[in-house]
Design a protein around this ligand. Structure first.
Ligand SMILES: NC(=O)c1ccc[n+]([C@@H]2O[C@H](COP(=O)([O-])OP(=O)(O)OC[C@H]3O[C@@H](n4cnc5c(N)ncnc54)[C@H](OP(=O)(O)O)[C@@H]3O)[C@@H](O)[C@H]2O)c1
Length: 273
C-alpha cells in the first residue's frame, strides 16, 4: 500500500471524487475506512457512503481535522471560499491535491500558508478508469507527495509527471482532448450515415474504430504515422480518404485547437496571479 497510514479527505463529493474513491478502493491504496468525504448535499453523501462504505460529513472543518491528504474536489468557483474556511485548521500533517482547472499551486500555497500542494490536470475519462493525468508539484511538495498523488490517479488511468508551467499545454492537449475526439467521432458517424449506413451501425463501427486505433498505438508502441502507412495501400481507398483529410487541413486544425486551448488555460491562470 503506497499510501499506507494516510487518511484521505475529499472536499466535495461530486463525480470526480466518486471516480477517484472507487479507483483508490479497487487498487487497495487505502481502505474505505481511511477515506472521508465532505459535501453540503446529504443525499449525495449517503449515496457515497452506501456504495463505497466511506466516512462522510457535511462539515469541511471536521474532515480537515481527521484527514492527512486533502483532495480539493469542488468546482473552481467554490475554491476561494473553501480555502478560507479550512485555513485555520491546516497544520503540518496536511498536504493538498488539487485538480481544479487553471488554479496554480502558488494560489493555494498563498491562501493556506506554505503547505505542500500537488496539482493535477486530468480528464473526464477518469470516470471509466481511462483518464490521462499529469501531476506537478508546488514549491513545498516533495517526491513522496508526487508519487502518492500519481498512485491515486494511476488507479483511474495513466499518469505523467511534468513541471507546473507545462500544465496549460496538458490542459490544451489531453484535458480538452476528449471533446476533440468526440467531434471527430460525431463527424465520422454522420459521414457513415451520408454513405448509407444506419446511424446505430455507423456509431458502433466508429467508436470501435477509435478504440481499436488507440489500443493499436498503445499496445504495439508503433508511431501513429507508421500505423497509418501500414493501412494505406498505394492507390487504395484509405489513400483516397487521406488525401481529403490533408486537403481539408485536419492536422493544422487540430494543432490550432490544442494551441488555442493552451492559450486560454494560460489566460485563465494569469487572472489569479
Ligand atoms: N468531471 C470531469 O470530467 C473533470 C475532469 C477534469 C477536472 N475536473 C475538475 O474536478 C473538480 C470537480 O469537478 P466535478 O466534475 O467532480 O464537480 P461536481 O460533480 O460538481 O462536484 C463538486 C461537488 O462539490 C460540492 N460542493 C459545493 N460546494 C462545496 C463546499 N463549500 N464544500 C464541500 N463541497 C462542496 C458540490 O455540491 P453541490 O452539487 O451541492 O454544489 C458537488 O457535490 C473541478 O475542479 C473540475 O474542474 C473535472
Amino acid at each position: 500500500m503506497p499510501l499506507k497510514g494516510q487518511a484521505i479527505g475529499f472536499i466535495g463529493g461530486g463525480v470526480m471524487a466518486e471516480a477517484l474513491i472507487e479507483g483508490i478502493i479497487k487498487s487497495e491504496l487505502v481502505p474505505a475506512e481511511k477515506i472521508y468525504v465532505s459535501d453540503p448535499d446529504m443525499e449525495r453523501l449517503s449515496i457515497l457512503q452506501e456504495k463505497n462504505k466511506v466516512n462522510t460529513t457535511e462539515n469541511n472543518v471536521q474532515l480537515v481535522q481527521t484527514a492527512d491528504i486533502l483532495v480539493i474536489a469542488v468546482k473552481p468557483q467554490v475554491l476561494p471560499e473553501v480555502l478560507a474556511e479550512i485555513k485555520p485548521y491546516i497544520n503540518r500533517k496536511h498536504w493538498i491535491i488539487t485538480f481544479a482547472a487553471g488554479i496554480p499551486t502558488r494560489y493555494i500555497e498563498n491562501k493556506l500558508g506554505n503547505v505542500p500542494v500537488v496539482r493535477v490536470m486530468t480528464n473526464t475519462a477518469c470516470l471509466v478508469s481511462e483518464g490521462a493525468s499529469a501531476v506537478a508539484c508546488g514549491s513545498y511538495a516533495g517526491k513522496e507527495h508526487e508519487s502518492m498523488c500519481a498512485a491515486i490517479f494511476n488507479s483511474v488511468g495513466k499518469v505523467v509527471t511534468v513541471k507546473e508551467e507545462l500544465l496549460d499545454a496538458v490542459t490544451g492537449l489531453s484535458g480538452s482532448g476528449p471533446a476533440y475526439m468526440y467531434v471527430i467521432m460525431e463527424a465520422m458517424i454522420d459521414a457513415g450515415v451520408r454513405v448509407g449506413l444506419p446511424r446505430k451501425i455507423a456509431t458502433e463501427l466508429t467508436v470501435q474504430t477509435m478504440l481499436g486505433a488507440a489500443r493499436m498505438a498503445l499496445e504495439t508502441g508503433k508511431h501513429p504515422g507508421r500505423l497509418k502507412d501500414m493501412v494505406t495501400t498505394p492507390g487504395g481507398t484509405t489513400a483516397a480518404g487521406m488525401y481529403e483529410l490533408e486537403d481539408g487541413g485536419l492536422r493544422v486544425t487540430l494543432m490550432n485547437a490544442v494551441m488555442a486551448a493552451t492559450e486560454q488555460s494560460k489566460h485563465m491562470s494569469e487572472r489569479l496571479n
